[in-house]
Structures are given as structure tokens and as C-alpha cells.
Design a binder for this molecule. Structure first.
Ligand code: FES
Length: 219
């Protein structure tokens, strides 16, 4: 698949998306789905997400910064917004798998978002929705573009500050498939193939919560 051209600004990216996307809603039309809602709707204790210490002190994640961690076999990016809120999403972008922890955090229409470092897609940190701005060519001159949602594309996980000021992450337990699952699976399969070939399988980050199958790397 040919790689799309790289827009030079976020606004160009947002405007360009509006020409192609047909399955969108205005942001104020779609209720936000939050990670807390998943926890609240879980039934028994067995269905609750399980938090694990990811080895990072909460005080070391400053506002406007992010960290890449691995929880079991999943690559996760933890963000702290400029206002201080914590969010966790799949680390690999739903579009083409870029590392979202390298993206800037910006306020887009009142929503804290990460700007993908490769093609500048805009992803809401609290819901994982892909955002774009729709420009109406028939609107009055000077009218601001309309912020729209493509729906949830990036999987959102749970993050909290645990004992001893340590950040804890719980993977989402939702079975609903999302676009970002593709790059999680591709990355995990690539790591598994390297392991079977006897090559190093380190992703460069500490593994928290143990790998599926029982082994555990790092602390
Ligand atoms: S990889 Fe293309 S926008 Fe993220």
C-alpha cells in the first residue's frame, strides 16, 4: 500500500481527511465512551480490568509528556495532558502503526488529543476517537471548520496512580474490535516470530504484568 503524503500541518491533515471520510459524526453528536465506563459496566470481579505496576513514578510523567510501556504483550502509550489528566491508549497508531508516545499533545476543540507523529491524525485521548475538521465550501466566509468524529479507532486502556505514586495500567477488556488492534496483532506476531527464530525480542521497554504464556521480562 502506498504511503500517503505527509501533511505539513495538523490543519492540513484535518482538512484533507474531510474529503474522504463518509462514516463520521459531529463531535457534539456522539457521547464520549470512557475507560471508566468500561470499569463501571464490568460485572463480576473476574471481568474487571487488572491493574499492573508499569514501573514509572507518576511524578516523573510531567504535563504534556508521554511514556511507552509494554503491558503483557501490548504496547501502550501513557499520556499526561497539559491539565494533568492521565490517559492510556494503544501505542501504535490505527492508521499505519506509528508510535503515538512520540506525538504532541494538543487541545483540539476542547478535547485533549495526541497528534500522530507520522501523518498528523488527531486522536482523542479520553475516547480513542479519530477527529477531523470538516470544511463546508458553501459556509459563510470565515466560518470555522466543524470538528467531527470518525468514531473510536484507537483502543483506550485504563491508567491510575497506585501505591507509592506508581503508575498502574489495566488493559481494556472490551471484545469490540477496533482499528488499532491490527497493529497490536502485527507487532505481537512479529515479536513472536523473532523469538522463534532465536532473535532478541526486546521492544525496548519494561514488560509489566507478565507475557501471555507465563514468562516475564524486566521488573
Ligand atoms: S500512522 Fe499515519 S496518522 Fe498515524
Amino acid at each position: 500500500m502506498a504511503e500517503p503524503s505527509v501533511p505539513s500541518t495538523v490543519e492540513q491533515s484535518l482538512a484533507g481527511l474531510s474529503m474522504n471520510d463518509k462514516t463520521t459524526t459531529r463531535v457534539d453528536e456522539e457521547p464520549a465512551r470512557t475507560q471508566n465506563a468500561e470499569i463501571a459496566s464490568a460485572g463480576t470481579a473476574n471481568e474487571q480490568p487488572t491493574f499492573v505496576d508499569v514501573g514509572i513514578a507518576a511524578r516523573d510523567l510531567l504535563p504534556g509528556r508521554s511514556k511507552h510501556v509494554q503491558v503483557q504483550d501490548r504496547q501502550v502509550a501513557i499520556f499526561r495532558t497539559h491539565a494533568g489528566a492521565l490517559h492510556a491508549l494503544d501505542h501504535l497508531c490505527y492508521h499505519m502503526g506509528s508510535p503515538l508516545a512520540s506525538g504532541d499533545i494538543e487541545d483540539i476543540g476542547g478535547h485533549a488529543c495526541v497528534i500522530c507523529p507520522w501523518h498528523k491524525y488527531v486522536i482523542a485521548l479520553d475516547t480513542g476517537e479519530g477527529f477531523y475538521k470538516k470544511i463546508d465550501p458553501y459556509a459563510a466566509k470565515g466560518s470555522p471548520p466543524e470538528l467531527c468524529s470518525k468514531g473510536v479507532r484507537q483502543r483506550v486502556h485504563h491508567v491510575r496512580v497506585g501505591k507509592g505514586d506508581k503508575l498502574e495500567v489495566a488493559l481494556s477488556i472490551s471484545k469490540e474490535p477496533l482499528a488499532s488492534d491490527h497493529y497490536h496483532q502485527a507487532f505481537a506476531q512479529g515479536m513472536e516470530r523473532m523469538k522463534q527464530a532465536g532473535l532478541s525480542v526486546s521492544s525496548g521497554v519494561v514488560v509489566a504484568g507478565g507475557l501471555p504464556g507465563g514468562s516475564r521480562a524486566g521488573s
